[in-house]
Design a protein around this ligand. Sequence first.
Ligand SMILES: Cc1cc2nc3c(=O)[nH]c(=O)nc-3n(C[C@H](O)[C@H](O)[C@H](O)COP(=O)(O)O)c2cc1C
Length: 220
Amino acid sequence: MTLEEAMRSRHSVRAYQARGIPGEIRERLDEMAETCSRTGNVHIRIRYDDPDGFDSRLARYGRFSGVRNYIVLAGREDADFSLRCGYYGEKLVLFAQQLGLNTCWVALTFNRKKVKSILEDGERLCMVIALGYGINGGVPHKGKTFQDVTEGEDGPEWFRAGVEAALLAPTAVNQQKFCFGYAQGEATLRIRGLGSCLRTDLGIVKYHFEAASGHPVRVV
Ligand SMILES: Cc1cc2nc3c(=O)[nH]c(=O)nc-3n(C[C@H](O)[C@H](O)[C@H](O)COP(=O)(O)O)c2cc1C
């Protein structure tokens, strides 16, 4: 599966099969998590066969079921921490999709006390991502259009491809509160509007744009 196919077929999945993740798939995920941690200066751990992370009233309220694997995004906090968690977390999400797995970013509806207990001293928890074989592959979200999330010049074909890929990205409550601009050969990205998890969303969207367009986007 190409990265573009992974972006198109990825949807949030909240109900999972009991089927475990095979050893060779775990190895590949762990390797990617380690690479992302190193490059992104974040601490990404993957917890396998650990249903406690989603064993709470809040998780059930959040319609999660059968979650027994999850990705923990944590690290030392600085100005770009949430943005980097979004960027590298989504890189791992799309890699998991390519390996036939399903995911869902989760800011609220997990067992925070349990997840926090596995962090190192001084580490801050950004959020978690549920991981496993879904009961189904989820459904496409309804979303904004190219016009809704861009400003300035039209931009070349690579800019359009990047924005179209960004529109496929997950954002908290599907808020899509971002805006791309193009001027003098350069793409920019900024938050537009109010909401929660906006910096993490921005990192996620930045990854989609850059992976699809092959061009960097400057966050402003
Ligand atoms: C940063 C972030 C936080 C999220 N938090 C939650 C959450 O707490 N509970 C939940 O059920 N879904 C959560 N989601 C999933 C979004 O609701 C979902 O991505 C959005 O509705 C778009 O749907 P899609 O992922 O299927 O494209 C979160 C997504 C992101 C990106």
